[in-house]
Design a protein around this ligand. Structure first.
Ligand code: SAH
Length: 491
């Protein structure tokens, strides 16, 4: 099984720098013994204009079986232990060889020329036989988002009998000008075994750390992050969940720093400080806090609290004596708990906050008796037919004095250059309303449940299309409920 890495160069930046980067001299052919055979590194071509390094792994199939880690199969398939694709198909074995032979390059270290690893250079990587479970389409979905131009040609089962169809192997070529060699090796190190989908070794818990280390900078936020993680960890669900949770935290930390990942967060108001507009998510939280303070609420529900940003903001204001975050997603709540450092919180702070798992599509007696409830960017995550159930659970059953609902104003989407026409802002949005549609819904809800409703813009209120976020403030009419409450208090 083998793989070649080719780069081109100029007199100032000769292609033969590849030798420095890989810590392997272009004039020598070298051999390294690994647990599964011998790895050879040689340079078929080494000129300043063009240089190719080849990694060839001679797998000792017999040793592989003796080590008890071959792919094996049923006992009666004993022959398959010896006659299989291991010797030539690029797999997890090649990934392991890559990491042991090119360990410095994988870490991005070059003692002789410390500046080299950080520099992108033209790269072309070829893998003649890549087992690709998921086919050429998956190969593209894995590499293209990372900046590679991908050619993945299916390899016929038998060249002489094309009618037999294609094998599960592809001939892979990757090309890019914008990546560093370290990035390239890290992509291969993770994605070769992902495509092979059959690790030759037992996946231990420390593989999660390894994956996060090697995936740094490209795995968080990769559109196939879930598939990559689960296959890399050989579908060990507990490890996969752990890894995904940590990837999400990384993504969040990055988003917190720049708040540009999310289109909502990227959009700012026309503030005086033109340099750094306030992210819309921050403006939304401010608007909610202002409305809550104005309502006089002290005991507040954050319904669909997600990862706890609003709960965190509420905790900073001592007037809010009881704060309950509710979400249907355990994962979101786990991240919220970490964000709030619930486990390290002092007793007094801890007595003010609770995170509760529950669905807003069902009435829940735990939600009764609060001053206010916030539904921030939540209603659009429910299928329209489920909305009456949420309406009843919140306005009919829980019935707080004040309810704040925010939701995107779809009319504003045309103002976002990065949003293709007709697309919603977030993959999970089941709908996005115009101002008219939101007012109609909110008006009917208020009517049905005896609330008064007012509307407020959040973010720049565009004269034509309105603000990016719309907010409705519902206040319970001081009728039977109000009187009953007062009577109860007086009694
Ligand atoms: N309120 C947060 C999060 C909005 S994302 C914010 O403004 O940033 C929408 C959240 O609603 C998600 O965390 C999702 O898990 C939650 N959600 C969706 N449907 C729900 C339901 N039926 N019950 C409870 N939470 C729900």
């Amino acid at each position: 099984m083998f793989l070649t890495i080719t780069t081109t160069g100029t007199t100032e930046r000769p292609a033969t720098d590849l030798g420095h980067l890989l810590h392997k001299h272009p004039d020598k052919a070298q051999a390294f013994s690994t647990s599964y055979g011998t790895a050879h590194v040689l340079y078929p071509e080494a000129r300043p204009e063009r240089c190719t390094a080849a990694l060839l792994l001679e797998v000792d199939a017999v040793a592989l079986v003796r080590r008890g880690k071959g792919r094996g199969g049923a006992p009666d398939a004993a022959l398959a232990q010896y006659v299989n694709d291991r010797p030539y198909a690029a797999s997890s074995l090649l990934a392991v060889a890559l990491s042991s032979v090119f360990s410095s390059a994988l870490r991005g270290v070059c003692h002789a020329r410390p500046e080299l690893p950080g520099q992108p250079r033209p790269l072309r990587i070829e893998v003649p036989a890549l087992p690709a479970r998921g086919g050429a389409g998956l190969v593209r979905r894995l590499f293209e988002p990372l900046g590679w131009t991908v050619t993945a040609e299916p390899v016929p089962l038998d060249g002489e009998y094309p009618e037999w169809g294609d094998s599960r192997y592809v001939r892979l070529t990757l090309e890019a000008d914008t990546l560093t060699l370290t990035e390239a090796l890290r992509h291969l190190y993770v994605l070769l075994p992902v495509l092979d989908d059959a690790k030759h070794y037992w996946v231990a818990p420390d593989e999660v750390d390894k994956l996060l280390r090697v995936g740094e900078g490209w795995l968080p936020g990769h559109p196939e992050q879930k598939l990559i993680t689960s296959r890399y960890l050989s579908r060990r669900w507990s490890l996969t969940r752990k890894a995904l949770e940590r990837l999400e935290l990384v993504r969040l930390a990055e988003a917190d720093d720049s708040e540009v990942e999310d289109i909502d967060n990227a959009v700012g108001a026309e503030t005086e400080d033109e340099e750094k507009p306030t992210p819309l998510a921050v403006q939304r939280r401010e608007a909610i806090l202002t409305a809550l303070r104005a309502s006089g609420a002290t005991r507040v529900l954050d319904l669909g609290c997600g990862q706890g940003q609003l709960v965190q903001a509420l905790l900073k204001d001592v007037r809010f004596t009881e704060i309950v975050g509710v979400d249907v997603s355990v994962r979101a709540l786990t991240i919220a708990a970490r964000r709030l450092k619930l486990d390290r919180m002092g007793e007094r702070q801890a007595s003010r906050v609770q995170l509760v798992q529950g669905s807003l599509a069902y009435t829940d007696s735990r939600l009764k008796g609060y001053d206010a409830a916030v539904l921030s960017e939540v209603v659009e995550h429910l299928d329209l037919p489920r909305l009456p159930a949420l309406e009843y659970a919140v306005f009919g059953a829980a019935r707080p004095r004040t309810v704040l609902v925010t939701t995107p104003n779809v009319e504003y989407n045309v103002r976002w250059e990065s949003l293709p026409a007709g697309r919603v802002r977030h993959g999970d949005h089941r709908f996005e309303w115009t101002r008219e549609e939101f007012r109609t819904w909110a008006g009917a809800v208020a009517e049905r449940h005896r609330y008064a409703v007012e509307f407020m813009p959040v973010g720049p209120d565009d004269p034509e299309v309105g603000p990016p976020t719309q907010m409705a403030v519902f206040t319970l009419n001081d009728t039977r409920d109000g009187r009953a409450e007062k009577e109860a208090k007086a009694a």
